[in-house]
Design a protein around this ligand. Structure first.
Ligand code: AKG
Ligand code: FE2
Length: 311
């Protein structure tokens, strides 16, 4: 299964496998398309296809094998969670350029398996990869039978599918990173529920006003969100101010104790996740910064979800 993947780094990390599964496995996957009911039709201007959640129809052993193989190929700490979607495109269907950036709680990797016997160029449905949303095509993946394409989702993993003239069948397997789980999403949504910047201590007002006059709104919004996390974790005004300054990229010039150091970084990370998306590089940096530190009580539940112990 998924032997000899060819790895590419441009325009973003992905791999391709020409003969992904056995005949028997392909036949089982093709069965997912036989049923006529349960398809959800997407009919946007740029996203036209039909989808059906087929997770329950995938045998447990197949799930276990594919997950183990994806862990090997990507080197990522992927959790057990597993969602599989059958995707059907009919003549006229097309998927416009999009990135699928991993928002809070979203999957980090996908495996896209094509099931189109006798595919020919005039059938269309070519998966195209881009470096920028308006740029030229950097790589093409023909939807040939038993071809698999695996990729890591991030803010710039731009891709789209050209219009099809013949039905196109695809199975998409989704995988979650241990540090961006739906459990973390629930936790962070609760942390920021009914968020009002007016709850922040008055000591922050002059600093936030100066920052708002100079910095992009996106930056001060995220810094304000980090300040809310610190405030709701029960930290004092001085710590909330330090966290705001850190997340806004302003130097507070203070020397901090270990707990403030950890709290400020964790607040910055959850604010980024909440306002932006999961970013592997940033996560690795956070992991390095907090490695070996004591998990302070007030931060414990967030810490364990953001930086779980990995075996
Ligand atoms: O059907 C494909 O080739 C790719 C569909 C897609 O956009 C995705 O799985 O993220
Ligand atoms: Fe996509």
């Amino acid at each position: 299964m998924l032997l000899q993947p060819t790895h590419h780094q441009n325009p973003f990390p992905f791999f391709a496998v020409d003969a992904a599964f056995s005949e028997e496995q392909c036949a089982a996957l093709e069965q997912l398309f036989v049923q006529d009911s349960g398809w959800q039709h997407r009919d946007g201007a740029f996203y036209r296809c039909s989808l059906r959640d087929v997770t329950e129809e995938i045998p447990a052993t197949f799930h276990a094998d594919i997950l183990a193989r994806m862990r090997e190929i990507t080197g990522l700490p992927l959790v057990e969670r597993f969602v599989v979607t059958a995707q059907r495109m009919l003549p006229g269907h097309v998927i416009g350029i999009h990135s699928d950036r991993p928002l809070l709680g979203y999957e980090i990797a996908r495996l896209v398996v094509q099931l189109n016997k006798g595919w020919q160029a005039e059938h269309g449905g070519v998966l195209e990869l881009f470096a920028t949303p308006g740029g030229e095509v950097m790589f093409k993946v023909n939807p040939e039978h038993n071809k698999a394409f695996g990729f890591l989702l991030h803010a710039a993993s731009y891709h789209g599918v050209t219009e099809v003239t013949q039905p196109r069948q695809t199975v998409v397997f989704n995988f979650w990173h241990v540090a961006n789980t739906p459990e973390l999403e629930t936790h962070i949504q609760a942390l920021f529920a009914n968020l009002h910047f007016s709850e922040l201590p008055a000591a922050l007002d002059p600093i936030a006003a100066t920052a708002e006059a100079r910095l992009p709104e996106e930056v001060t919004y995220r810094a304000g969100t980090a300040a809310i996390a610190l405030h709701r974790w029960g930290y004092d005004a001085a710590t909330v101010v330090s966290g705001y300054q850190y997340s806004a990229g302003l130097d507070g010039g203070d020397t901090h104790n270990a707990e403030t150091y950890a709290a400020v970084r964790l607040a910055d990370w959850v604010a980024y996740l909440y306002r932006d998306s999961f970013d592997l590089v940033r996560w690795e940096i956070l992991r390095g910064e907090l490695a070996g530190m004591e998990k302070f009580t007030r931060l414990l539940s967030t810490w364990e979800l953001c930086l779980p112990e990995m075996s």
